[in-house]
Design a protein around this ligand. Structure first.
Ligand code: URA
Length: 247
């Protein structure tokens, strides 16, 4: 890896800012002062110091974001703000991407990482990673709907949905609305909205509460994020195959 990329990934800013660091501060590579960002280093073996402090390299980062409405789950978009725009420059330098998508109007738990293998595994339908949602629904959801969801709904895809657990949290007969919690094991396009539509109702508000056994931190306000704790990372990896745990 190039030295400037290494310094950018370890929190010294953009390539331009890193250039300044190299110019104005003492960056050493195995004890020798270096100023050339193009230098190729071995991040696993070489010792890089900035002002005498060793810079530790972290290959992968994992952020839990409470996605607000009106930002899209993409790394780039010509029209809308993306979830990447919510990150600090330092964190953006890790080249993270969202693991799966939440609709523009959906809020809640979104995992951002630069670990492609973990993302791939979490999104694989074979892994059956659980995701839970809370939704405000127009219409009264019933025990019959629970049974339909449990049996697997046909939303017009090649395969019917895997059995999903529907909890009815609150029914408002005056407004004809129901607050539900739904746990699904897949991530089909607009899955929750389409499942609810299939039983003749409509999702008005949707929030993802958890993914792979990790719950959204209630302290995270909309638009805020934090790194996953080590035990949270372990929880995620434990849901997947042995292969992905060897990190
Ligand atoms: N299901 C949906 O319909 N929308 C989302 O954003 C996530 C799951």
């Amino acid at each position: 890896m190039r030295l400037d990329k290494f310094l950018s990934h370890t929190g010294f800013g953009s390539r331009k800012e890193v250039k300044q660091v190299l110019k104005s501060r003492q960056v050493t590579l195995n004890g020798e002062i270096v100023k050339d960002g193009k230098l190729v280093i071995d991040e696993k073996k070489d010792v890089i110091c900035v002002n005498g402090v060793v810079v530790m390299y972290q290959k992968f980062v994992y952020f839990m974001l409470n996605k607000p409405k009106d930002v899209v789950s993409a790394t780039q978009d010509n029209q809308h703000r993306t979830v990447i725009d919510l990150l600090s420059d330092k964190d953006r330098a890790h080249d993270v991407f969202p693991v799966g998508r939440l609709d523009k109007d959906t809020t809640g738990f979104l995992l951002l990482t630069n670990d492609g293998e973990l993302a791939h595994q979490l999104l694989s339908p074979k892994k059956k990673v659980p995701k839970s949602y809370q939704a405000l629904v127009a219409g009264i959801m019933t025990a019959a709907d629970q049974a339909i969801f449990k049996a697997g709904v046909d939303i017009g895809e090649e395969k019917i949905c895997l059995p999903a657990n529907l909890e009815i949290l609150k029914v408002d007969l005056d407004k004809e609305q129901t607050l539900i919690r739904l746990e699904i094991m897949e991530g089909k396009f607009h899955q929750v909205k389409r499942m609810v539509k299939k039983v003749g109702k409509e999702v008005l508000e949707l929030e993802r509460l958890s993914m792979g056994g990790l719950a959204l931190d209630p302290k995270l306000k909309l638009g805020k994020y934090r790194e996953l704790l080590n035990e949270e990372q372990a929880e995620l990896f434990s849901k997947l195959s042995d292969k992905s745990q060897k990190k």
